[in-house]
Write a protein that binds this ligand. Structure first.
Ligand SMILES: Nc1ncnc2c1ncn2[C@@H]1O[C@H](COP(=O)(O)OP(=O)(O)OP(=O)(O)O)[C@@H](O)[C@H]1O
Length: 294
């Protein structure tokens, strides 16, 4: 894992954050810290409060309680200088009328003092061949890439991505993950919401699971929800058919099987709980629905 700048001030610091819509509590006393250069994923079922949380961090929504600092500044009171240090990729795509892709990027580049070179940026997001195409005629996945290009054009220190790879094909998703890793390796702090557990597992240094406006757990994907200590499922084919055992000592169990069979156990599989397994357990225990989680 990359060094996470543990000594530096955190990129994001949230204490006791509370958000109400009318009398409904959307966020209950959220505490959170995101380190500089970290990729931080926010997971949760529909209506959990992810967008509310992220839009408060982006300065787009007011809060009802608690303190929030992004790059040392309260986002809701921040000015233009702060906004220039933040990149935002929203769920909805911008509308660019009749502009082509190259024109859109050049247009937005003018807003930033140290914008990325438009040609290099398009290459980075894999849109070089589409630079002459109308932005409104791009496929869904290509439009998301353009959104990401616009989010990073001003070299933001913190980049927020709301469900960035929805509609991507598997190859485009892999390419996009590479881009995000490169950005993080060059020091950009990334906060992303996603419904794709594989995306969180592949990309995130840490994951927060939010349900009903509360954070259930925050941790590295490998240990989230006690995943590293959960029982492992060992399956094999015995003389009487398929057999399955749940064990906390899978290595010893496999060695015993080896001894029992005098060699390889037929059809052996060893299954550790995936991030999806623990996530579904966590939100199931919290009484939440899993609608929309893939
Ligand atoms: N502008 C609003 N006015 C009133 N209620 C809202 C508003 N925005 C969100 N809510 C409610 O707040 C709760 C959290 O919504 P939010 O959009 O933050 O969830 P989410 O986790 O981003 O969901 P999704 O995965 O569906 O995008 C939901 O119950 C939602 O209905």
């Amino acid at each position: 894992m990359r060094p996470l700048g543990a000594d530096a001030d955190p990129a994001i610091e949230v204490r006791g954050l509370r958000k109400l819509y009318g009398s409904a509590v959307a966020l209950h006393d959220i505490d959170l810290e995101v380190r500089r250069g970290e990729i931080f994923a926010v997971l949760g079922p529909n209506g959990a409060g992810k967008t509310t949380l992220v839009e408060i961090l982006e300065g787009f929504r007011p809060r009802d309680g608690g303190t929030v600092e992004v790059l040392g500044t309260d986002p809701y009171r921040a000015g233009e200088d702060w906004r220039g240090r933040i990149g935002v990729v929203l769920q909805t795509t911008g509308e660019f009328e009749d502009l082509n892709v190259g024109e859109v990027v050049r247009h937005f580049a003018r807003y930033y003092p140290d914008a990325q070179d438009p040609g290099e940026l398009l290459a980075r997001v894999g849109l070089t061949e589409k630079r002459g195409a109308r932005a409104s005629k791009l496929s869904g996945g290509q439009q998301r890439r353009l959104d990401v290009a616009l989010g990073i054009i001003g070299r933001p220190e913190v980049l927020f991505l709301d469900e960035p790879t929805t509609g991507f094909d598997p190859e485009a998703r892999r390419d996009f993950w590479g881009l995000i890793r490169d950005l993080a390796a060059s020091g950009t702090t990334i906060v992303l919401t996603t419904h794709y557990l594989e995306e969180a597992e592949q990309l995130a240094d840490r994951v927060a699971v939010i349900v009903g406006g509360r954070i259930l757990d925050v941790g590295v994907p490998q240990t989230l929800g006690g995943r590293d200590t959960e029982a492992t499922i060992v399956s094999w084919t015995g003389p009487d058919g398929p057999e399955t055992v749940s064990t906390t000592t899978p290595t010893k169990f496999a060695a015993d099987l080896h001894a029992r069979f005098g060699g390889e156990a037929p059809g052996l599989t060893v299954h550790r709980p995936s991030l999806e397994d623990v996530y579904l357990q966590m939100i199931g225990a919290a009484g939440a629905t899993t609608e929309g989680t893939r």
